[in-house]
Design a protein around this ligand. Structure first.
Ligand code: ADP
Ligand code: MG
Length: 453
């Protein structure tokens, strides 16, 4: 039997066994590409999806495949960026060739939500695939999977946007969603205590179906507030009410966080979001300029995407300046004019750090471990050098969203699976290895103080 026929049959079976949202999120774009010697290879669009399927559905898939083929079959999930556009009219092509799950109605009347932040105005790309698909899924099946969903990433990567998008999408279905920043939570909690109304404060959350809590890093060191949030989150989880949390770092990197709360935060899906790559930045610029009813030449959009690679907020700021200038002056801008107009913003964006060149990261890590930079890019495989190399992979992937192939290239032409492996090693160890998380924090500080752009 051919691999694709077998996989079609398996997908038919999986569609029955897995709920619809899970199916759409993790399986819809997969293909059966090879079946040999009892091993069946399934192609999926991203490494995240491969990891997820491996972790959650591996044995189910093996069982189904074994039944269909009539002999014991092992499955491997392999990343391949070829995706079918299976439902024309309902799907939208994404900058990385992926496809967004569904166009959604813009709803959002009422309070608390920013009507500009919906799924329709969010560009999905490799940088946010996992949190994006998880958010879509949650808005369809709140409380059923991924509870809590914990989204983390640096500033301006779209975390608040996603929280609002979820809230507005489920409001449509009569779910009472509450958006709150952790700062707002803290202030209300303190006021409640002062007025001896702590009970009422907590009771307010029992009337909420979904809690969207933004920027939880703000709670670092605030013990009493953490205790209160811990109990509230427990109440939500006990009744399968959805909790979505955002943070600028993973739970294990939040300093002075109550251990019980940390373990709650890690108990669902922890999904990271990176600063977008060039293609995604272009798609965001394209969308945002049409929302502003401005139109710019591709060379100008390209110029912006090349010069602002940190926060999307900064990218948007540049676009706003250009669009108001061209409206006021009633002129069409060329690249030279744009360069001049944005001179200060480009310099500030470079200075603000967050984006470090690969060379700067390699040098900082080499200095930290007191080894020559050439060892990191070279062939040495001793423990210390490998560790240093993996940390470079981790930092580049996290801080800069340099793509995997590019990271491999600067590290002496290593292939992208080696990079994923290195990244995963650090991402996994960082929780249990406090020395490692301290090293990474120190290297980040080093990079910041060097201000390398
Ligand atoms: P964060 O909360 O991570 O700091 P925000 O959600 O406030 O970031 O995003 C900052 C700005 O960038 C917002 O205007 C948001 O609409 C925009 N933005 C970020 N990521 C995307 C994206 N993937 N698609 C569209 N807009 C985005
Ligand atoms: Mg935010």
């Amino acid at each position: 039997m051919q691999a694709d026929k077998i996989w079609q049959a398996a997908l038919g079976e999986l569609q029955i066994q897995v709920n619809k949202a899970n199916y759409n999120t993790w399986l819809k774009d997969s293909r059966g590409i090879n079946y040999a010697n009892g091993v069946f290879t399934v192609a999926v669009p991203t490494a995240f999806i491969a990891e997820w399927l491996k972790g959650r559905l591996h044995s189910v898939v093996c069982r189904i495949l074994s039944t269909i083929t009539g002999s014991t079959t092992e499955v491997v999930f392999q990343v391949q960026a070829v995706i079918r556009d299976s439902a024309p009219g309902r799907t939208r092509l994404m900058p990385d060739g992926g496809v967004s799950i569904k166009e959604r109605p813009t709803t959002a009347r009422g309070t608390g939500f920013n009507t500009k932040y919906t799924f329709n105005t969010f560009i999905a790309g490799d940088c946010n695939r996992l949190p994006y698909t998880a958010s879509l899924e949650i808005s369809e099946n709140p409380g059923e999977v991924f509870n809590p969903l914990f989204i983390y990433g640096s500033t301006g990567t779209g975390k608040t946007h996603l929280l609002h998008a979820i809230g507005q999408s489920v409001r449509h279905g009569e779910v009472n969603a509450l958006y709150m920043s952790a700062e707002q939570f803290t202030n209300e909690f303190i006021t409640a205590i002062r007025n001896r109304k702590a009970e009422e404060f907590r009771a307010k959350f029992s009337r909420v179906d979904m809690l969207l809590l933004d920027d939880i890093q703000f709670l670092s060191g605030k013990n009493q507030t953490q205790e209160c949030i811990f109990h509230i989150i427990n109440d939500f989880l006990a009744d399968n009410r959805q909790v979505v949390i955002s943070c600028d770092r993973p739970p294990k990197e939040i300093a002075s966080l109550n251990a019980r709360l940390r373990s709650r935060l890690e108990g669902g899906l922890v999904a990271d979001i990176y600063t977008p790559d060039h293609k995604t930045r272009l798609a965001i610029l394209d969308l945002k300029s049409s929302l502003m009813q401005a139109s710019f030449d591709t060379t100008i959009l390209n110029f912006l995407a090349t010069n602002f690679h940190g926060s999307v907020r900064t990218l948007e700021g540049a676009l706003i300046r250009l669009s108001s200038y061209s409206r006021m002056s009633n002129t069409t801008l060329d690249v030279d004019a744009v360069k001049q107009l944005l001179n200060d913003m480009i310099a500030a964006s470079r200075q603000s750090g967050g984006h470090h060149t690969a060379a700067a990261v390699i040098n900082a890590v080499a200095d930290y471990f007191a080894i020559p930079p050439d060892d990191i890019t070279g062939k040495k495989r001793d423990l210390k050098t490998s560790r240093a190399r993996h940390i470079v992979m981790y930092l580049l992937r996290q801080q800069n969203n340099t793509n995997l192939a590019e990271i491999g290239r600067v590290l002496g032409n290593r292939d992208h699976s080696t990079v994923i492996h290195g990244y995963n090693r650090i991402a996994m160890d960082i929780g249990s290895d406090s020395q490692l998380s301290k090293s990474i924090e120190d290297i980040r500080l080093m990079l910041k103080s060097r201000g390398s752009a």
